[in-house]
Ligand binder design. Sequence first.
Ligand code: FAD
Length: 382
Amino acid sequence: MPVLSPEQELFAETVGRVAEQRIAPIGARMEDDDEFPHDLIDLYRELGWLSLMTPAKYGGAEAGSTEWVILAENISRVSAAAAQMFENFGPAIPLRFLGSPEQQDRLFPLLEHRIGCFAATEPDAGSDLGAVRTQAVDKGGSYLINGEKCFITNGGVANFFAVVATVAPGSGLSGLRLFMVDGVESPGVSVIREEKKMGLRGSSLAALSFENVEVPADNMIGGETGLRAAQQLLDFARPNVAGMACGLATAAMEYALAYTLERRAFGRPVYEFQGVSFLIADMAIRIEAGRELAYKAAAEVDAGGPRAGELASMAKVFCTDTAMAVTTDAVQCLGGHGYLKTHPVERMMRDAKVMQIYIGTNQIQRMLVSEALARRVRGAGR
Ligand SMILES: Cc1cc2nc3c(=O)[nH]c(=O)nc-3n(C[C@H](O)[C@H](O)[C@H](O)COP(=O)(O)OP(=O)(O)OC[C@H]3O[C@@H](n4cnc5c(N)ncnc54)[C@H](O)[C@@H]3O)c2cc1C
């Protein structure tokens, strides 16, 4: 079992209980009607979870990557779509770690009343972030932002945006900066469309337009190191996706186990056929290993350790590949019934797929891990 402090254990218990009692019914409704659940945002706000990453000084819990994994894992066990909403932390994390005291004093009180999102991806810039075309033009005292973003979680409901934009088009990664855009004070952000997607039904995924959005120059976070700000957020967030994947995989495994112990064929429970029980044993083995890795990565991120990025990528790959394999095998364990919407495993399989894709695809994570390995041998640090 991952080593958690007594406070973290208590938090995990609380989240697990609230997930079972209050989030599961909302998650089920999201799956049915595919509508964004504003009452879930109200619930998260009431519980103080929306400001989990906000420093204590501004009324938040000042929690770390580990708490985010706890939150993600326990909510994802009942609804991955409900866990997805915490991409809300997109602006809070870079503001907390790279924002100046003045920026924090000004922006955290605003953020408390907003729904956040992180807007990096564009139609022609996903894995290749250096191709970002959204431009921020320096007007002296303010920046004017123009461009288009896509695949933005919470995009259709957000009113506070952490936006990756370039100040020097064509200069690749070196021209990227991170801007905080308060949609209330800086008009010009609009939703181009809400996407219809394979899974995570009820969560918002939108394409956004930024048209002459004027933001104070002081809203640039991390100065020239815009890429570092984005990187920091991603290191912080990848263990959360690993946690989500573990929660989802655990729920699928438990469902398949219960079902196959009951379901009979050839006069006995199908679980008594090794072809079935070994599938489930492999699920349990992979989940156990994945959880360890997810919490280890989060602990390294929280400690600011030298392997934070590498472990975050490893955890993201291992746990999301596990979730995909486990949910697919769970459908197999239920036979034809697994393919029906009367059981949750088909929903879990659809929800698992995206975890291998977003927040940097698993190919990109393998690339980052392989680069980190080579750097260590060559002695070049991070
Ligand atoms: C549900 C969902 C939520 C999302 N939420 C957000 C969000 O909140 N904010 C945000 O900014 N973005 C978000 N994204 C975008 C997501 O991060 C990107 O889709 C992802 O990074 C991949 O980019 P792409 O879709 O452009 O794929 P591409 O970059 O076009 O990649 C296509 C394929 O090529 C592979 N590939 C590309 N380059 C390489 C390489 N060098 N080596 C090996 N393989 C490579 C990829 O792995 C992939 O298989 C979300 C996406 C989804 C589906």
